[in-house]
Structures are given as C-alpha cells and as structure tokens.
Design a binder for this molecule. Structure first.
Ligand SMILES: Nc1ncnc2c1ncn2[C@@H]1O[C@H](COP(=O)(O)OP(=O)(O)O)[C@@H](O)[C@H]1O
Ligand SMILES: [Mg+2]
Length: 321
C-alpha cells in the first residue's frame, strides 16, 4: 500500500470521487467527472478543484479536463387523437408522480393550440430566461421544471404558426438547458399534425402514452394517434382511459354514464398495454383549475395517477432507451 498522494487528499473534500488526479513533477493533471451536474455548476466546481490542487506544496501548474457521461434522457410523449380528453391533466400529474418515484422529471408543453401547463403547474405568467440562446426551464412548486409553448407567445395571441415555426419552437423547448433531468414528459397537441411529426422524426421519443376517453368516437381518434407512432417505430407505452366512470362528489361512488372499459378493450385488441383509468371527478377539475395537481397531494384522486406512473416507471426501466 502506498500513501494516498497529497493531491488526492486535497481534492477529496471538494470533488469527492469526481476527480482523478495525477502528479508529474510540478504539474497536476486532473480529470473531473461532471456527469449529472447542471452546466451552471461546472465553473464553480472546476474553480474549487483548481484552488485545492494549487494549494498542494510543490504543484505549480494545474490542468483540469471535464468529462461527462451524458445523462441518458428519455422523452415520453403524451398524445391523444383529439382535444379535451385530459391529455394535459394526465401529463402534469404523470410528471409529478414520476418525480415522486425518484426520477428527475421535466415537463414540455408542446400544445401550440392550447398550452395549459403554466396554469396547471401554477406558474402562469412566468417567462423562461435564455442563456446563450438556450432556454432555462421555469421551476414549478412541484419539483418539475417546465417549458411551454404558452411561455413563448402572449396568452391572447392566437397561435397560428405554420409548420416550420412550430417545429422551431418545439426545438427550443426540447433543446433547452434541462441539466440533470432524466425524463421529459411531453404534452403534445391533439391529433397528428406538424408538431407530432417533428417530435417523432427529430426528437425521437422513447415511447408514447395515449390518452383516451371511453367513448368509441374518441377511441377511433386514439387509434389514429397510435398508428402514427407505430408507423414511425416509436413504441406505445400504453393507453390511459380518462374520464372513466363518474365519481359522485357526495359519496365517492363510481357510476358509468359513458360506459367503462372501452379503452381497456381497445388496448387489448391493439395489443398494447393498458396503464390505468382515471375517473371523471369534479375534484380533479377544480384542483387542476387551481394549479394544485392531484398527484402532488395524497387524496383519493392521486391514487389513479400513482398506478399509471408506476406502470410508466417500470416501462422506462425495462424498455426505455
Ligand atoms: N378525470 C377528470 N375528471 C374531471 N375533469 C377532468 C378530468 N380530466 C380532465 N378533466 C378536465 O377536462 C378539461 C380538459 O382536460 P385537459 O387535460 O385540458 O384535456 P386536453 O389536454 O386533452 O385538451 C379540463 O378542464 C380538465 O380539468
Ligand atoms: Mg391540453
């Protein structure tokens, strides 16, 4: 056993196991692993490492090289055939529930027609800053940073972007400074338009979650969305049936005015996984309107989202790449 070299001893308290150091004569060569750190932290850490190395007797020059094993980031697209089925509600609550399961989650609101995440995530009116033309996601009270199409335009400005503009805006959201985020949940616009195509072709999501209501009509639309991902070779993680059964606001009993199980049967026919159902529940709507997503609490409404997040987290661990 040789004694630890004085350089290692000096670096341990500032860089832990991130620094690998070598001394040649009066020169210290240090490799600093910054994997998982936010780029904004790199300079400060490097400066501390330099200072610690320079304080070692006999060291005159210090070289530091930064390396990073890029965090593998999975993008999960949340899609539906048509609007109003609860895609944004599912995206917000899925993101929060995945974060509660230990993932580092960011939320991208790519719905150019009706961006609703700033309101759902209680950051309405906040604008992302840009550093070197790269957007910095906005922090939310739920530990899930957010970027939304709604933050790029004034709220009353009708979004009538043509393909290339929408694609450019999506690129800004996707290529933002997501730092150590390992999972991006993407709230897509409804249907199968330009934003979806750009998302699929350029940003290659790891998988897609399809949201549908139990009605057959919505399911026909959902099948179209499923088809789009299938054709592009993007795996379908599974189907979520939203507004499935009606939770009585007085007694909590679930009744089924629109029928129930339609989405589960369709998932079976299509050979895709069924991730879970969320009842039509006035408490979900009021909580959403108030910017307090149910998944952030521990009421009965949170349970449905927890089940879905468990299924998605399992999928990411086994299939997401
Ligand atoms: N399970 C549910 N129970 C009650 N209201 C819901 C539920 N899911 C969504 N909503 C409400 O329905 C409306 C549409 O949902 P939203 O998530 O915005 O749909 P989309 O993004 O598909 O257009 C919102 O007012 C939302 O609060
Ligand atoms: Mg929406």
């Amino acid at each position: 056993m040789t004694d630890p070299n004085p350089l290692d001893t000096a670096l341990a308290p500032v860089a832990g196991t991130r620094a690998t150091a070598r001394i040649e004569g009066s020169r210290a060569s240090i490799i600093l692993d910054v994997s998982g750190l936010d780029p904004s932290e790199h300079d400060a850490l490097e400066a501390r490492v330099r200072a610690a190395a320079s304080s070692v007797p006999g060291i005159e020059t210090v070289r530091v090289a930064l390396t990073s094993q890029r965090t593998r980031r999975v993008a999960i697209a949340v899609a539906s055939g048509k609007g109003g089925v609860g895609k944004s509600t599912v995206s917000a609550n899925l993101a929060i529930a995945l974060a509660a399961r230990g993932r580092r989650v960011g939320l991208v609101d790519a719905d150019i027609y009706g961006p609703s995440q700033p309101k759902l995530m209680a950051v309405e009116g906040s604008k992302p800053t840009a550093r070197d033309k790269v957007l910095q996601p906005v922090a939310t009270p739920y530990g899930v940073p957010l970027l939304s199409m709604g933050q790029l335009v004034a709220p009353d400005q009708a979004i009538a972007w043509r393909g290339p503009m929408a694609a450019g805006a999506l690129g800004q959201l996707m290529d933002a400074n997501w730092g150590a985020t390992d999972t991006l949940v993407i709230d897509l616009p409804p249907g199968t338009g330009d934003v979806q195509l750009t998302m699929i072709q350029k940003h290659r999501p790891a998988g897609a979650v399809i949201v549908s209501t139990p009605q057959d009509l919505a399911l026909i639309d959902a099948r179209r969305a499923i088809d789009l991902f299938n054709k592009a070779g993007v795996p379908i993680i599974g189907l979520v049936e939203n507004m499935s059964g009606y939770a009585c606001p007085h007694c909590g009993e679930i009744s089924n005015p629109f029928g129930q199980g339609g989405a589960e049967a369709a998932a079976g026919e299509l050979g895709i996984a069924f991730l879970g159902r969320i009842p039509l529940d006035i408490a979900i709507r009021t909580a959403s309107d108030a910017g307090t997503p149910p998944a952030a609490g521990n009421g009965p409404e949170a349970a449905a989202f927890a089940t879905i997040a468990d299924a998605v987290a399992r999928w990411i661990q086994t299939e997401g790449r």
